[in-house]
Design a protein around this ligand. Structure first.
Ligand code: ADP
Length: 369
């Protein structure tokens, strides 16, 4: 089968790494010839935001998917009309691409997400402090999101179409990854805790399974069920959640694709998110997602003081450790905050896991030559 993926980054790379155990042809499209997928797939250099490029890339494939959501959605609608299978659907990608549509989707489907106002420009603002401003389009990895605490911060307000959202008093950030195939079978992975690096606004650790109450678990199950009905599309989705200090769950946002919060499934679960994605694209029985142990992940991100040809300091020390798995993304150059790889860790308890993650973080540095 010809499987095509828009985007050629690390998510695509790890999808391919797993899919190579089966018999398919994998095609990727990315503007950079140094993309993580470039030399491990049938690679096309091109812009996934360009209508004609996406159309040409997808038209002779059996199934087309994404590893980044900022793609030309008109081309996806066109390909669907021409009979190419697009997973997830063009419609749900379109909704998720635009924060305004995404928030309306949650509201219309009774999925709890923080109260909000939509503004087209600054003058329409009518919301009490503190709040979060999220640009309608183009946000990624924490860019396009800012907190406005009070009057003094108002000078920073972006004069662009945005969602203005209530600031949630966050206890924990959680994520749940779910898969839906075309037979409408669904399977979720255990809920994961995401611990962020406040400076880079980039995910830092994952801890799985999350330490949450039965009540919180139930709130998440309800959200997943509502999402599945509302999305009405096959696909693998990561729903990012906030647990507030009163014990209530709010949906932050959804990624219609593989997600950083699921990397530890590579060794921590019976099957990984990458295997699950493969099953979804081929409409196969969904994989068992059970976790046997505590698993965690540490992102290897470029140190803030280095740019250029990448050098990984301390990796040999890490490779000496038991139940520790290094994954690099094939990126030649590092820059501050760039995701270059990750390390998965297994442990018998949450305490042991945290201890080991913190130790590993102190051993490695992503710098340049
Ligand atoms: P991105 O799409 O770039 O990942 P997010 O919408 O996930 O951006 O926001 C990035 C981070 O900002 C979140 O992980 C969270 O820590 C913080 N954040 C976003 N929305 C809110 C909110 N309503 N209340 C409190 N913190 C928020």
């Amino acid at each position: 089968m010809k499987i095509a993926i828009l985007g050629g980054g690390q998510l695509g790379r790890m999808f391919i790494q797993n899919a190579l155990k089966y018999d398919d042809e994998i095609y990727t499209l990315d503007p950079s010839e140094n993309a993580s997928c470039a030399n491990i797939s049938h690679f096309t250099k091109g812009d996934f935001n360009d209508f004609q490029t996406v159309l040409d890339f997808g038209k002779d494939k059996d199934v087309l998917s994404i590893e980044i959501e900022h793609v030309n959605v008109d081309a996806l609608f066109q390909l669907e009309n021409e009979g190419v299978k697009v997973i997830p659907s063009a419609e749900i990608i379109k909704i998720i691409q635009q924060k305004i549509l995404q928030k309306e989707f949650y509201l219309n489907n009774n999925i709890p997400s923080a109260d909000f106002q939509i503004i087209q420009n600054k003058s329409e603002l009518n919301f009490s402090f503190p709040f979060v401003q999220k640009l309608n389009k183009g946000g990624y990895d924490g860019k396009g999101v800012q907190i406005i605490k009070d009057e003094n911060d108002l000078k920073n307000l972006w004069n662009e179409p945005s969602v203005i959202e209530n600031l949630v008093d966050i206890d924990k950030e959680l994520s749940v990854i779910l898969a839906i195939n075309e037979k409408d079978e669904c399977q979720t992975f255990p809920v994961t805790e995401m611990v962020a690096d406040p400076k880079l606004n980039l995910l830092d650790f994952n801890i799985c399974p999350a330490e949450i109450s039965k009540n919180v678990e139930k709130q998440i199950t309800d959200i997943v069920e509502k999402f599945i009905t509302a999305a009405n599309s096959a696909g693998l989705f990561a729903i990012e959640l906030f647990l507030d200090k009163k014990g209530k769950i709010w949906v932050n946002e959804t990624a219609p694709r593989l997600h950083n919060s699921g990397h530890q499934t590579q060794e921590g679960n019976a099957n990984s998110q990458f295997e699950q994605m493969y099953r979804v694209l081929k409409n196969l029985p969904l994989a068992d997602t059970e976790s046997f142990v505590f698993s965690g992940m540490l992102n290897l991100v470029g140190n803030e003081n280095y740019s250029g040809k990448v050098k990984y300091e301390g990796l040999e020390e890490v490779l000496k450790l038991p139940k520790t798995y290094v994954h690099l993304y094939g990126k030649k150059d590092t820059k501050p905050g760039r995701k270059m790889g990750h390390i998965n860790v297994l442990a018998d308890s949450r305490e042991e896991l945290l201890e080991r993650l913190i130790n590993i973080k102190s051993l490695v540095r992503v710098i340049s030559h």
